[in-house]
Design a protein around this ligand. Structure first.
Ligand SMILES: *Cc1c(COP(=O)(O)O)cnc(C)c1O
Length: 381
């Protein structure tokens, strides 16, 4: 029996708590590929670790509980999770995607799934009329991110799932940027939630992992079949590390968000900064998420040298990725979003002076002191 009600207890007690056999408070790492069977056709529910592994199962039941879904699935990366979900579709199907979706999602559709005649339509999903218009007969799903990366555009999750329901197609949300602590799409009607657990769920920049949560038994059976057939599973040790990371999700996110809000306040008053992207005041975000999250993007004014900024950060590290305890900055135009064609990049606003910041949980004064000196250093005099 689950004797707790709140999310910050569920991250610690959710799924399968501990080990019944020994009383260990942590689920053991079942580092095994196979399981001894008593007789032909008689086993203990485990046959082969691609199909199922108790450590992975513990993680999968935990994320299903946190996202309020029917079942969860753990994959070797966020991209493996996305690939498994896209494997639901058939030749001739099309998928509507947000216009500044994660670069890797765009790339796998544009360069891999197109081989199988599964194509996409890029739509500004913040514009519901445009989404409605894009859902033609061949469209079988709407795949959104909200907030988007790196411009933090907000799409109305409930409105999108309503459109999907009306047309009997799937609504899929990549919830990496918010985590179930801040936003739970299945409660808003979405069918499938995807995570790059490499980011906030893992939280320590030490694993690559992906998760999928579905809202129905039918979808659970399909994803389980795809997971077992294509085999992009998460290993037992990484499953353990991810469970370990999720235990501190609530406390980490509280500190991440507190720091992010302070950085936004600082940037608002800082000379040389224009276009700060942070969704805290967006009415739709307020309705569907707990707060504005952790990611901030901002632009340097024209008379600031972007290379010099990245050369000057010392405490805040220049790196791809996000969501770890340490603060990271990156240059979307040349790093995370380089695979998006330059004209589309420019159209959506990913300019060459845009900086994306994943605010860590360090002392806020150290984060701001470093940004202050790097911004000052990059002014062209
Ligand atoms: C990082 C990321 C992915 C891809 O995940 P990997 O774990 O790197 O494979 C997908 N979606 C979003 C929003 C991401 O930030």
């Amino acid at each position: 029996m689950k004797n707790y009600k709140n999310f910050d207890s569920a991250v610690i007690h959710g799924g399968i708590f501990g080990d019944e056999k020994t009383g260990a408070v942590n689920v053991p790492i079942y580092q095994t590929s196979t399981y001894e069977q008593k007789r032909l056709g008689k086993h203990k529910g485990w046959e082969y670790s691609r199909t199922g592994n108790p450590t992975r199962t513990a993680l999968e039941s935990l994320i299903a509980e946190l996202e309020h879904g029917v079942a969860g699935f753990a994959f070797a990366s966020g991209m493996a999770a996305i690939t498994a979900v896209l494997s639901l579709f058939k030749s001739g199907d099309r998928i509507v995607i947000s216009d500044n979706i994660y670069g890797g999602t765009f790339r796998v559709l544009d360069k891999v799934f197109n081989h199988f005649n599964i194509n996409y339509k890029i739509v500004d999903t913040t514009n519901l009329e445009a989404v409605e218009k894009a859902v033609t007969e061949d469209v079988k799903a709407i795949f959104i991110e909200t907030p988007t990366n790196p411009l933090l555009h907000i799409t109305d999750i409930k409105a999108i799932s309503d459109i999907a329901k009306k047309h009997h197609i799937l609504s899929i949300v990549d919830n990496t940027f918010m985590t179930p602590y801040l936003q739970r799409p299945i409660e808003l009607g979405s069918d499938i939630v995807i995570h790059s657990a490499t980011k906030y769920l893992g939280g320590h920049s030490d694993i690559i992992a992906g998760l999928v949560v579905v809202n129905s038994i039918e979808l659970a059976e399909k994803i389980a079949f795809i997971q077992n057939s294509t085999g992009g599973i998460l290993q037992p040790f990484d499953s353990f590390l991810l469970i370990r990371g999720i235990k501190t999700l609530a406390v980490r996110m509280d500190r991440h968000v507190e720091n992010a809000e302070k950085v936004v306040e600082y940037l608002k008053n800082k000379k040389g900064i224009k276009n700060i992207y942070y969704p805290s005041n967006n009415a739709i975000n307020k309705k569907q998420a707990k707060n504005g999250g952790v990611m901030i993007s901002f632009e340097l004014e024209k008379n600031y040298d972007i290379n010099k900024f990245f050369d000057s950060v010392k405490f805040v590290a220049l790196a791809e990725s996000l969501g770890g305890v340490e603060s990271l900055v990156c240059h979307p135009a040349s790093m995370t979003h380089a695979s998006i064609p330059a004209d589309i990049r420019k159209k959506v606003g990913i300019t060459d002076n845009l900086i994306r910041l994943s605010v860590g949980i360090e002392n806020i004064n150290d984060i701001i002191t470093d940004l202050e000196q790097a911004i000052n250093e990059s002014e062209v005099k």
